[in-house]
Design a protein around this ligand. Structure first.
Ligand SMILES: Nc1ncnc2c1ncn2[C@@H]1O[C@H](COP(=O)(O)OP(=O)(O)OP(=O)(O)O)[C@@H](O)[C@H]1O
Ligand SMILES: [Mg+2]
Length: 271
C-alpha cells in the first residue's frame, strides 16, 4: 500500500482502479464501495470519482456514511469524493490528477453505458475491474461466443473499448493496464450454467487479455447496509452492534480473496 504524510502530498501517486463494464447492474458500484471502505479502514487515503451523474450510487453511499458518523458519533474512515461540477473531459482530467496527487488509491466508478466521460475515465486505470453477472447476456458485451464450442468468435464493444484504452495508455507512455474480470452474484443453484460460463470466460481471457479472479456470491449483506453507508467490513467497529453470521464471514473471505487476487494484499485482516 502506498503511504504518505497525513494531510500533505503523497510520496507516490495514487494507484488508480477503474470499475467498468458497459453492461448495467453488474455490481460495479457495490465493488467500488467495498473496495473503498476496505482500503480506508486499513488506513489508506482513498479518493472516489463517480462518473455516473444520474445514479450517483457511490456518491450517495459516501453521503450516507457521513450522515451516519454525524448522527451516531461512531468513528468511521470516510473516502473523499471528488465531485464533477459538469461533464467535461478536461474537468475530469483535473479532478483525477488532483486525486492522484492527494490519495493513495483512486477508485473511478463508471456507468453501465458507453459515455465519453466513462471512456476518458478508463484511460486513468492502472487496474481495471470488470464485474459480470453469471450470464451469457453479460458476457456478450465482452465477446461473441460460439454456442456449441463456447469458444470466442470475436471480441465485442466493451473489449474494443479496453483495447483502445490500452493503445491510448501506450501512446502516452504509461504502464500497461492490468485487467481483471470477476463473476458477481454467483449462486450454488446453477452448476451447468456456471461450468459453461467458466469455459467461455477462459476462452475470452486468452483472446482479449484479462485475468479471471474469483467473484462474489449472491448475498444480502452486500446491499442491505447501503442506507447507513456501512459495509460488512465495518461490523467490528466499536459502537456498531451487528452479530457476525456465517454468511458475513464467508463474504469477508470472498472480498479478501478478490483484493488479494488483484494485488491489494491484506487490506482486510484475516479473522
Ligand atoms: N454480490 C451481490 N449480492 C447481492 N446483491 C448484489 C451483489 N452485487 C450487487 N448487488 C445488487 O445488485 C444491484 C446492482 O448492483 P450495482 O448497483 O453495484 O451495479 P452497477 O454495475 O453499479 O449498476 P449500474 O450499471 O446501473 O451502475 C444492486 O441492487 C446491488 O445492491
Ligand atoms: Mg453503478
Amino acid at each position: 500500500m502506498a503511504s504518505g504524510v497525513d494531510g500533505g502530498e503523497r510520496a507516490r501517486p495514487a494507484h488508480v482502479v477503474v470499475i467498468g463494464n458497459e453492461k448495467g447492474g453488474t455490481g460495479k458500484s457495490t465493488i467500488a464501495m467495498h473496495m473503498a471502505v476496505a482500503f480506508a479502514n486499513a488506513g489508506g487515503r482513498v479518493g472516489i470519482i463517480d462518473l455516473d451523474p444520474r445514479q450517483r450510487s457511490v456518491s450517495r453511499y459516501v453521503e450516507n456514511r457521513v450522515e451516519t458518523v454525524r448522527r451516531t458519533g461512531i468513528i468511521l474512515a470516510v473516502p473523499t469524493v471528488y465531485t464533477m461540477a459538469g461533464d467535461g473531459i478536461e474537468e475530469l482530467a483535473e479532478l483525477a490528477l488532483a486525486a492522484i496527487r492527494n490519495e493513495d488509491l483512486l477508485i473511478i466508478d463508471t456507468p453501465g453505458a458507453a459515455t465519453e466521460l466513462s471512456r476518458a475515465g478508463h484511460v486513468f486505470a492502472d487496474t481495471l475491474i470488470t464485474p459480470l453477472n453469471d450470464s451469457f447476456v453479460d458476457l456478450d458485451v465482452l465477446g461473441r461466443v460460439d454456442p456449441e464450442t463456447l469458444r470466442v468468435v470475436s471480441p465485442s464493444h466493451y473489449a474494443e473499448l479496453v483495447w483502445d484504452t490500452r493503445k491510448e495508455r501506450a501512446r502516452q507512455g504509461r504502464a500497461a493496464l492490468r485487467w481483471f474480470v470477476l463473476r458477481n452474484r454467483l449462486s450454488n443453484l446453477d452448476a451447468r450454467n456456471k461450468r459453461a460460463m467458466e469455459a467461455a470466460i477462459a476462452s475470452l481471457a486468452e483472446r482479449i487479455g484479462f485475468t479471471t479472479v474469483a467473484g462474489l456470491g449472491e448475498r444480502v449483506i452486500y446491499r442491505e447496509l447501503f442506507l447507513s453507508g456501512l459495509t460488512l467490513l465495518d461490523l467490528r467497529t466499536p459502537g456498531i452492534s451487528v452479530d457476525l453470521s456465517v454468511s458475513h464471514v464467508a463474504a469477508r473471505q470472498e472480498l479478501r480473496g478478490l483484493f488479494n487476487a488483484i494485488g491489494f494484499t491484506d487490506i482486510i485482516p484475516n479473522a
